[in-house]
Each structure stands twice: as C-alpha cells, then as structure tokens.
Design a protein around this ligand. Sequence first.
Ligand SMILES: [Zn+2]
Length: 191
Amino acid sequence: MKENQLKKEFKTRDVERARNIIKKDYTSKTVAGTGYKKQREKHSEGDIWEEDGKTWTIKNGIKQTTTKLDAAKKAAQVPLKCPKCSGPMNYHLSKKMYKIHGFCFDCTIDMEADLRRAGLYEKYEKTMMQGNMQAWASGLEQWVQDQVTETMTYVTEEGDVEDWKGGDTKRKNDLVQGMNEYLKHLKEHLE
Ligand SMILES: [Zn+2]
C-alpha cells in the first residue's frame, strides 16, 4: 500500500470513528472490508446468543454456555413420578433427594443400603456433604470398574468362586450391577 493511500485510509477510519463516538456507538465497526469480519458482540446479563457453535449466556456477570444452565434447570425441576420406581414425588425429602440423585427418597434409601453393603457409604456421605456429586460419580465409576476387573481375575486365575465379605458371587454381582445402574442414572442426572 502506498503511503498516500495509507494516509487516506486512516483519515476515513478516523472520520468513521468520530461519527460513531458522536452517535455513542462505540462497538460499531469502523473498519470495513479489511478482512476483520468476526466482530465480538457485547452482551449483558441474561442475553442468549450463538457463538462458535455453542449457545452462550451471561449469568451473574459470568459468560457461560447454556448447557450448564440447562443442567441446573433440569435438576431444579422435580417430576411428578420418580424416574426409577414410578412412585410419587410429593414427599419433601423426595424432592430434596431428586435434586441430588435424580430419584425419590425410597430409591435413595435402597441405594444407600447397597452402598453400606459395598462399604462405600462413608465415602458417599463425605463427598455428598461437600456437595461434589461429580467427584462422587467418578469415584463410584472407578469402584465399579475395579469390581468388574477383580471378579474376572478370580474366575480366570483361581478357577472357582470365593466368598466376598461373607456373601456369594451372585450377591456381589447383583450389587455391582445395582451400583452400575445407579451410576448410569446419576451421570444422566448430572449431565
Ligand atoms: Zn423412586
């Protein structure tokens, strides 16, 4: 670009910028046709817009994708029937438990009994008190995987079935299966 052309360009831009300032339109494009097409728009609290293939919003002054928001909304909406046992959800503790686990109070009691049998209850209680259900879900996932691996080792190396905490292998398998189903349910709920 020749020097005089550059000067002319600057001049045009300056004039446009000045015009925009007068119009109090600070975010308006002042550079036209120079290849700078992706202009970040200014957004304020509660706005919802598309950007980079995601839906964004501003909540409490923080820019975030709406998937997080949807999850919070989903967890806050309690259905009429428990998704696991189809029982009523009107009991106040069912509503409370639904927000945490995605099912009713009765289902929570059953699940907690299984956790006690599996020796996981203390870990569960501690993580839940910290409000970190994501950490709880990943810890449980690890446990399920470990149990599956352990069971397979028993069968291939020993060749016979050994007692597990005084119970039989079928009971253990049922328990692991139950925990795995709960885990699947919980992960969907936390999504
Ligand atoms: Zn239920």
